[in-house]
Design a protein around this ligand. Sequence first.
Ligand SMILES: [Zn+2]
Length: 246
Amino acid sequence: MKGSVEYDGENILFEVSYGNRKTMEIAVHPDGRVTVKAPTETTRDTIYARVAKRARWIKKKLEYFRQFEPSVPKRYVGGETHLFLGRQYRLKLVKSADREVKLKGGYFFVTTPEPHDPTTIRKMLDKWYSDHALSVFQNRLQLCFESVKKLNIPFPKISLRRLRKRWGSCGDSGYILLNTELIKTPLYCIDYVITHELCHLKIALHNKNYYRLLNKYMPDWEKRKEHLEKVGFFPNPIGKAQTGIR
Ligand SMILES: [Zn+2]
């Protein structure tokens, strides 16, 4: 038997197997499965009541296991965590005639008439991320540009795209392309990618002179790069994603 219990905005799915045993046992597995072993004669109601009673504990366990799987494709369901500037926020789906995404406390509140439609939730979140990415990146570009003023390069335009393999790149005509997904990483990683690209506007190749510049303006760039590599997530992970930057 399969069942589900709603708790704190999350639909907890579980599988029941019956056997010759005296007590009920609920287990949460690292792959996110919730199993219930029950004595043969246990009624459906009893099982549901028990799962509901342990819901808080189940949810905690699920969250614990989820943190080790950052590259698992998102399901856009309540309780799932989503990143913004390197921090995790839990998804809270609210049913209402209004449509809104709001970050409050540790939560992403997504209000929509269709809270159980993952496509709707994904679209709303993606839009929210894009909007915030644009304003945050523009802001950071100002700051980073200020710190490399001595490069004497013209102030670049930025454009955003959801890139599959790269955090950023730059074009000959003085623009910088940034991966929208960068908005999920900490500011110091965003600054690193921007500064990396700004230095390219002076020196296109990754040669000695290029790294001399980068070291000068961002001496701790390697640490930031390492962090970005650890994050390593991409919207559509193809094997182990390369932290591309050009
Ligand atoms: Zn580069």
